[in-house]
Design a protein around this ligand. Structure first.
Ligand SMILES: Cc1cc2nc3c(=O)[nH]c(=O)nc-3n(C[C@H](O)[C@H](O)[C@H](O)COP(=O)(O)OP(=O)(O)OC[C@H]3O[C@@H](n4cnc5c(N)ncnc54)[C@H](O)[C@@H]3O)c2cc1C
Length: 819
């Protein structure tokens, strides 16, 4: 075995081998894979081998598409057959919400370039003659289906062997029966891995250990939020009806998914494989995989599967006459949101994760592709935030992960409503005023473990969402909250914001080298600053306030706490001239905004709040009521006169009560996240994570005024200069959609020219309650970005005409927020 490698991959499942393969393809052949048993010994050997292209996530959809394309060409490249049966994939729908989900997905599929068809019951029958269309008496009636002609199933072991061949033929090494048992850092910063076969030192390590992710993580000091759940499928004997159909010339049937009954069904040797996603499947190995497990399976639990078996038999009656040959019950890695962990680990350089795969056969190709790119090039080629391991934080306790993973598992087939908020493991992290908000009717959602009020149900209205792809029960109330901020004054609790304090003699120049804008030089000034990738894409958005000499307050998205904190920490200069402190938990934040916000605050603050003394985009350290050391920042994300109060957390109740007492005469009230969404869209404020991603540069995002090419060097500068010379390929637009009655854009819809060609994609959308317009944000080719220009958008399968609006269609001159 090698004693030194540039990169060591731990784990020889399909994901680890794919990572090795892609590293080798990119020229990193000084690479070794270490597998404790033999290749595929983890979950890979017993996987059903389905390759569903369907995924609601723009990122995961791209990874799956890459995989399917790769698997088709691997046999020719490696000489190893992978038994890819391109049967197609049929997802049935038995209700309108399900069709809405498929139609919403189609938008994403269109922007990714995944071929699909939305079909009716008649075509379902043509594609799948053995299916019952249903009559709603015993079997729900099929109202339509989504058909992917390009996917199907594959032999996971053969696929792994093909990837192995491809990696080895390029010079990468694979060591089986080699278990990594201990890890330490060398003084030169490399990884020293101890295995049962000897030691190896590697510059980079990739963990791809499937069900072992938690114990592997522990060796590196990481709490990896991946715990497997039991997953079963039933293997049936031969089916006479299927045999007869195939004998009569019928082609292999598409993989069938009856989403509303939570199962899949595919052919296997003239019989069937039926895979339900049932309730009650337990998480396993929360404390690690025991030694006795090895290449084993759990005992099958048919009882748990019965409701799905019966539903499948009603849909495919011939199934009832087939005997059951086997039940395969194995551990399947899960994460709380069901997406894998692909990318850098936190708190350690050159440590990478490719863990938590519940659709690992499908995702292996794409995850290896992007991870190899990240390792070799320093960044991935596409926006990977949806799978970035740093999207989780320290809140992922063992119990949290167990509860969430079990919940995610049993919800694999539920309708993925855009406003869905699942109940398990909640509330976990709460703002100090959580109970007060609950008493005010708050309907909470969860993000990054935090409870956030999405909207407030007025007295007499049930404090509960009715999830939908369309305008729903909260629409009117969200509207009233938004209008309160436009007309009176409202409060939004944004305590979850990520907050850092940067101090020291090197603070200013260090920050300046990280972001494209000029960091404020005058005490009290605030600047919106973007940290870019080396390709010039937007990685982070920071609101930076200069609090005092050598003291900056840096605020970013709540969900980016670990993502930003880790980035900042790793970028610190080694000379000790900059101190970085994550103070997210020690400061709360209330937004007080609306035309009467000054009147409210004036009762609590002695310092003058007029424009001369306290202009827009400035901040002061102030006393507010009894609270001291409050950072009063004259900025907000709703585009109104207003302040953000960033206060020592112990003053939360006092400030909350004081604001409401002072604001009573001005009709003060709370507003939630959905009202904020409506308000920010009216101002074309770009949201990090949806509108601002590494896929687009600040020039594409129309943030030119936040880029200072004439200052010193900063990350991404060269790429921006290049882009300016070559031409900016997309432009950010705000648009109004016409003829909307109940389904506003939500993001990820394709945008078309009037001839029907795709010319861009929407990144966000909602209804602007003050403008009374259905609004969208998105990126288009520059020639379609002209104000007044006509485009089209597809919303839930319907083409709608849209008009490009001026940036910030509500109060374009910012008169209100400068009032
Ligand atoms: C019943 C069932 C059906 C499934 N069906 C499908 C399907 O149809 N389609 C699909 O896409 N997915 C399916 N899956 C999921 C799929 O099996 C997994 O997502 C995939 O196999 C994960 O691959 P992996 O390489 O990440 O992990 P694994 O295959 O588990 O590989 C991890 C490897 O790491 C090794 N390892 C761990 N620790 C160490 C160490 N310290 N040193 C060295 N080696 C170590 C292990 O021995 C193991 O071989 C199914 C899963 C189950 C349980």
């Amino acid at each position: 075995m090698k004693t030194h490698a540039r990169v060591a991959v731990i784990g020889g499942g399909v994901v680890g081998v794919s990572t090795l393969y892609h590293l080798a393809v990119k020229g990193w052949t000084d690479a070794v894979l270490l597998e404790r048993a033999e290749l595929t010994a983890g979950s890979t050997w017993h996987a059903a081998g389905l390759l569903p292209l369907f995924n609601m996530s723009y990122t995961v959809g791209q990874l799956h598409k890459y995989s399917v394309d790769l698997y088709k060409r691997l046999p020719a490249e490696t000489g190893q057959d992978v038994s890819f049966h391109v049967t197609g994939n049929l997802r049935l729908a038995t209700c309108r919400d399900r069709m809405d989900e498929y139609q919403k997905y189609c938008g994403t599929a269109n922007t990714i370039g995944v071929p699909f068809q939305v079909i009716g019951p008649k075509q379902v029958r043509e594609l799948w003659p053995l299916v019952e269309l249903g009559d709603d008496a015993g079997t729900p009636k099929i109202v339509g289906a989504l058909y992917h002609p390009d996917d199907g199933h594959i032999a996971p072991a053969d696929l792994t062997m093909a990837l192995r061949k491809g990696a080895r033929s390029r010079g990468a090494e694979i060591q089986e029966q080699t278990e990594v048992i201990a890890v330490k850092r060398t003084s030169s910063g490399e990884w020293h891995l101890t295995t049962n076969k000897g030691d190896i030192v590697a510059e980079h390590v990739v963990c791809a250990t499937g069900n072992y992710a938690r114990q592997t993580g522990r060796m590196f000091g990481l709490n990896v939020p991946s715990i497997p759940v039991e997953h079963q499928y039933i293997v049936y004997d031969e089916s006479p009806e299927l045999k007869a159909y195939r004998k009569s010339g019928g082609r292999e049937l598409a993989v069938l998914r009856e989403s509303d009954q939570s199962y899949y069904l595919r052919e296997e040797r003239m019989g069937w494989i039926l895979g339900p996603y049932e309730s009650g499947a337990p998480a396993r190995f929360a404390d690690g995989v025991p030694d006795w497990f090895g290449k084993s399976l759990f005992e099958g639990d048919l009882e748990r599967l019965l409701p799905h078996v019966e539903a499948a038999q009603r849909r495919v009656p011939s199934l009832a006459t087939c005997g059951i040959k086997d039940i395969v019950n194995g551990p399947i890695a899960y994460t709380p949101d069901g997406s894998p962990l692909i990318g850098p680990a936190w708190g350690a350089r050159n440590l990478w994760l490719n863990e938590g795969h519940s659709f690992g056969i499908t995702a292996a190709g794409g995850s290896g592709w992007q991870l190899a790119e990240w390792i070799v090039e320093g960044e991935p080629g596409i926006d990977m935030m949806a799978v970035d391991p740093r999207r989780y934080g320290p809140y992922t306790s063992k119990r949290y992960v167990v509860q969430k993973n079990e919940e995610t598992y049993r919800n694999v087939f539920v309708i993925h409503f855009p406003d869905e908020e699942r109940p398990d493991a909640r509330p976990a992290k709460t703002s100090p005023v959580y109970d007060k908000l609950a008493r005010m009717g708050a309907v909470f959602g969860q993000r990054y473990g935090w409870e956030r009020a999405n909207w407030f149900a007025p007295a007499g209205v049930p404090a509960k969402d009715r999830w939908s792809f369309r305008r729903s029960n909260y629409f009117e109330h969200v509207g009233n909250e938004a209008l309160r901020l436009r007309q009176h004054v409202g409060v939004i609790d944004l305590t979850p914001f990520t907050k850092h304090e940067v101090t020291g003699p090197g603070a200013e120049s260090w920050l300046d080298g990280l972001v494209a804008n000029k960091v404020p030089t005058k005490i009290g000034r605030i600047a919106l600053c973007h940290a870019l990738t080396r390709r010039g894409g937007i990685r982070s958005e920071f609101t930076i306030t200069k609090i005092a000499d050598q003291h900056f307050y840096v605020v970013s998205a709540g969900a980016a706490e670990r993502y930003d904190s880790d980035y900042l920490q790793q970028a610190l200069p080694p000379d000790g001239s900059v101190a970085l402190r994550n103070i997210t938990m020690s400061r709360g934040c209330f937004v007080v905004a609306g035309p009467r916000s000054r009147d409210v605050l004036a009762k609590l603050v002695d310092a003058p709040l007029d424009n001369a003394a306290f202009p827009w985009l400035t901040g002061q350290v102030a006393e507010v009521g009894l609270a001291t050391d409050v950072y009063l920042l004259r900025v907000n994300f709703v585009g109104a006169l207003g302040w953000e109060l960033h206060f020592p957390i112990e003053y939360a109740h006092h400030l909350f009560d004081s604001l409401f007492a002072a604001g009573a005469e001005f009709n003060i009230g709370m507003a939630g996240m959905r009202a904020m969404e409506s308000l920010r869209l009216e101002k074309s404020y770009r949201m990090w994570g949806s509108d601002l991603t590494p896929d687009y540069t600040p020039y594409e995002a129309g943030l030119d005024r936040f880029v200072r090419l004439n200052k010193g060097a900063f990350i991404g500068k060269e790429a921006l200069e290049k882009q300016l010379k070559a031409g900016v390929p997309h432009r950010f637009i705000t648009f109004e959609v016409h003829g909307v009655t109940d389904a506003d854009p939500l993001g990820n819809e394709p945008l078309f020219d009037l001839k029907g060609n795709i010319v861009g994609r929407a990144t966000a959308g909602y209804y602007g309650h003050a403008l009374q317009k259905s609004l969208g944000l998105g990126y288009v080719k520059p020639e379609f970005a002209t104000v007044g220009g006509a485009i089209e958008i597809e919303i839930l399968g319907e083409r709608k005409r849209a008009t490009v609006l001026v940036d910030s269609p509500y109060d374009p001159e910012n008169k209100e927020l400068r009032a």
